[in-house]
Design a protein around this ligand. Structure first.
Ligand code: FNR
Length: 365
């Protein structure tokens, strides 16, 4: 079906499962171990419901423009950094860059993107903002050179991903690489990498700690770009990020691909809101993981997220429909966010408030 016939973001995933190569589907869809966190990311979002208000002034406007990290965006959705877009479509991440540009949203470029950095920066519009996601290299000089390069190319911020402290077992990805009985019988060939994840991650330094903080100092010395820490999973670590002068955090469990049984980002957000609301004034808080509808996004925004990220939806839509598919996904989010806001009595993003969302079920006094 053409992209415009896709009604829900989920429709792209259903279609992707039918048409992507086995390798691409397994790599994109895979999550760690029992996939409990992967499932929980969706389930947790479904446990929050709105507290709609009626007869509110201007509530039909549905204005989705806002800013995060000082960057204007047509809708508070960003493309989370996700590797290997070429597995799904020969033009790879450039499709995401063009779609993001056309729709006026931010793309975060994966450290393991399958397109070259220059290609993506050349594909962007003049007024379009790209953010670069960094994995710290065991060879720090290589990271330093890279940071200088992306700053020069015009990146607006560095996303420093810290939740890959070990190469987790991405179950589907690992299984997809197991040899068939025939291949096993003809075992003369060189051993294949254990998975796509393993094949692309060899340079990453897993030995990073708060105590030396070398990474943040290193970044501060080498760049004026704001720093966003991605993969924060507790209230305590949001506080530590603020203490260390980081400008943004993304509450994220890597789409359930790292520590299985780590909590859903929406629940961490709710915990920060309940226990430490002052942190929202110290650091910009974003979330990603399982965001599939406008309602999901609006719940997070109401609880204080400045923007929400999408990972797999962009990869799936790129895999099924290329740039057109990614644009359609962004447009579906825009339409659903505007519609949700209208129906709960809010005219613009800045007017969303924590009291507009609560845990599902009857109020218990
Ligand atoms: C990712 N993610 C990720 N994150 C990151 O910081 N650097 C990366 O290179 C990648 N690569 C990557 C590949 C694939 C195939 C997926 C699915 C995810 C995590 C990503 O940024 C984001 O946190 C999650 O994808 C969000 O969850 P959803 O939207 O996929 O449910």
């Amino acid at each position: 079906p053409p992209a415009e016939n896709m009604v829900m973001v989920q429709d792209f995933e259903d279609w992707a499962q039918k048409v992507l190569s086995e390798t691409a589907w397994a790599y994109y869809r895979s999550a760690a171990d029992e996939e409990m966190t992967f499932t929980e990311n969706r389930d947790a979002l479904r446990r929050y419901f709105f507290r709609p208000r009626i007869l509110q002034k201007n509530s039909t406007e549905g204005i989705t423009e806002t800013t995060f990290m000082g960057i204007p965006t047509s809708v508070p959705i960003f493309i989370s950094p996700a590797a290997m877009a070429k597995l799904g479509h020969p033009l790879g991440e450039v499709n995401l860059t063009k779609a993001a540009g056309e729709c006026g949203i931010v793309q975060m470029i994966s450290a393991n993107a399958s397109c070259g950095l220059e290609e993506m920066f050349e594909a962007k519009r003049e007024d379009q903002s790209l953010i670069y996601q960094l994995y710290l290299n065991k060879d720090r000089a290589a990271s330093e050179t890279l940071i200088q390069k992306v700053e020069k190319l015009g990146a607006k911020a560095i996303v420093f991903t810290v939740d890959v402290m070990w190469q987790s077992k991405r179950t589907m990805d690992v299984r997809a690489k197991l040899p068939s009985p025939a291949e096993a019988a003809a075992a003369a060939a060189a051993p294949a990498p254990a998975s796509v994840s393993h094949a692309i991650s060899g340079y990453q330094d897993y030995n990073l700690t708060w105590s030396d903080l070398a990474f943040i100092r290193l970044l501060k010395k080498n760049t004026k770009l704001p720093i966003i820490v991605k993969g924060v999973q507790s209230v305590e670590d949001v506080q530590l990020c603020a203490d260390h002068g980081v400008q943004g955090v993304i509450l994220s469990n890597h789409g359930g691909r790292q520590a299985d049984y780590s909590p859903a980002p929406i629940d961490i957000l709710y915990e920060v809101r309940s226990l430490r609301p002052e942190l929202f004034d110290k650091v910009e808080i974003m979330i990603d993981g399982g965001i599939r509808t406008g309602a999901d996004a609006v719940k997070a925004l109401a609880l204080g997220a400045k923007a929400v990220g999408i990972g797999r939806p962009a990869l799936y839509a790129n895999g099924t429909h290329g740039e057109e598919g990614v644009k359609r996904v962004i447009n579906i989010f825009q339409e659903e966010i505007a519609s949700t806001m209208r129906n709960i009595g809010v005219s613009k993003i800045q007017d969303l408030k924590p009291e507009m969302v609560g845990p599902a079920g009857p109020w218990v006094g």
